[in-house]
Design a protein. Structure first.
Length: 178
């Protein structure tokens, strides 16, 4: 019986490694926890926190993340999609970097989004930022174009690249790129 279990586990690990570039799924399955490290570019607030442990999202951690990623212009707080945090975690694993992500924009309330849209063609009318499903980031010391490519390789949502402003947008919507 023991050999059968070992064989099964070995085959499962091989399958996950094959299905996931660089074995990221294996790292997520075996680690049992996921963390993010963020610094808000506009408020200078920072947070390094484990948000997933032992098969569950940590409610207190999610609440702290929601606050950090609030609409800094209005103070409005909105729940952030945990799948978005999983994308950030996987980007961190893939880059091998320890610096926190610099957050350019997290949640945006509808009035902030409308105001930004009046001043920029790059702001979507129905932005996923308004649903807590999008974030604009950069990773200090890491080429933004390389970060964009890693995000595209994840194939887990939308990825936008803004080289002039030096950030990428990632979201949990349908797979697309711009």
């Amino acid at each position: 019986m023991r050999a059968g279990r070992r064989q099964f586990l070995g085959q499962a690990a091989a399958a996950l490694t094959t299905l996931s570039p660089l074995g990221i799924a294996c790292a997520r399955v075996s680690s049992g926890q996921r963390a993010v490290s963020l610094v808000h570019a506009h408020t200078s607030e920072h947070l390094a926190i484990t948000y997933y442990r032992d098969g569950n999202y940590v409610r207190e951690a999610l609440t702290r993340i929601d606050y950090l990623l609030r609409d800094f212009r209005t103070g409005d707080v909105h729940p952030i999609d945990p799948a978005l945090l999983d994308i950030l975690h996987d980007l961190r694993v893939r880059t091998g970097q320890s610096a926190p992500f610099a957050v350019v924009s997290g949640y945006r309330c509808p009035s902030t989004n409308a105001e930004l849209r009046r001043h920029s063609r790059g702001v979507a009318e129905h932005s996923l930022h308004m649903q807590g499903r999008a974030i604009d980031i950069r990773l200090p010391g890491y080429a933004t174009s390389a970060l964009q490519q890693i995000a595209l390789d994840l194939r887990r949502g939308g990825v936008g690249y803004y080289p002039v402003s030096d950030f990428i947008h990632v979201d949990t919507g349908r797979i697309r790129a711009w």
